[in-house]
Design a protein around this ligand. Sequence first.
Ligand code: DLL
Length: 433
Amino acid sequence: MIFNKTIECMERAALRDLQGERLRDAVRRAYESVPFYRKKLDAHGVKPSDIRGLDDIVKLPFTMKEDFRDNYPFGLFAVPLREIVRVHASSGTTGKPTVVGYTKEDIEIWSETVARTLGCGGGTPDDILQVAYGYGLFTGGLGLHYGGEKLGAMVVPMSGGNTKKQIMLMQDFGTTLFACTPSYSLQLAEEAAVEGVDLKGLKLRVGYFGAEPWTEAMRAKIEERLPVKAIDIYGLSEVIGPGVASECLEQDGLHVFEDHYYPEIIDPATGQTLGPGQKGELVFTCLTKRATPLLRYRTRDISSLDESACPCGRTSRRMARITGRTDDMLIIRGINVFPSQIETVLMKVEGIEPHYLIVVDKTGALDELEIKVEVSEQLFSDEVRKLEALRQRIFEEMRSVLGLNAKITLVEPKTIERSLGKAKRVIDKREVK
Ligand code: DLL
């Protein structure tokens, strides 16, 4: 279902005009109401009047995650606190969280773009949406919740965890749409197997998965274990939360709701804008957000933009599935390794479970990469010889893809820690030494 056909299927020329108009307004609002932006633009020698249309966006300086920390908690707000009706925050690995505010209008726009997300995956007002993203400062739970209501679906606000109850309600209520992190969906499938519940006999139809990196190979595992079309949904709190971009049923790139969240791809090293199809760092400008305007925010997420027409009829550009972050690349003995490469190799090997942990350490001066991966119940009870052959196979595959020797450790089923929200898949012990 296309939730807002007028906008989602708008002609690109008309869309660009709308974006240009909104950009001018966004820059003016940021400059006039947030001392941080005024100082930054002044230092950069740009005035709001220099931004006449979309092409001028490159004149603007970038905003970084650190800018949120430096202005903690409310320094980036552009409206008086009495106009703010909600705050959310994302926890960084260190220090203070990143705080974002919303006016009533912002919540309205956010709900609309999450409703479009749900529509992209085929959701309609007839559906029952079970939200298993965490409710709280994290944007996942409340974001999907408001979007579900906006769509007109029946929302079941389960929040994360309590897996047995998730399954029970799915059965009793006849849940058709399910929203959680991709890693949690696998945990749910695992629990259902223990409980003897056949998920395939349920009414589940679509899973809206995001908030953490996952690969095409992981999608195949999920669609094998749950009776859902697994839709990749993307967003980040600094921009709004979930509802920034979503796959449609074509599952071929994520439609960016670019009438509100304007995307660019830049070369992370030089800051130069890159063209369609070129891979680089995603940058977003919020064209309409009132409470915390955002100009050219560097997400550190790696993607590319596709301008070609999509068979679904939506005209927005599509971003490619996130393949990593500029800060998640591991450098091991001088070789660049992305966790997504490791996941892709692992998911293709038969006999292993989609649960793994990457541990990087140092012995003496040398970096060591260890990959711990769970073996299926059946294989684990097999002879040692078979396990050794499996270990060797993964070792060889990793060596050919990554170009280095990783230590492969096969562990018993269900021994790698599960997470209710975002999975933690990398432990880099070198950082703490
Ligand atoms: O994770 C918002 C969200 C909630 C998105 C629910 C989708 C579903 P943050 O906690 O601020 O916001 O984390 C944002 O998570 O910069 C990406 O690195 C990562 N991320 C989000 N969606 C995806 C995705 C929410 N589909 C950060 N694929 C982002 C890969 C994703 N990474």
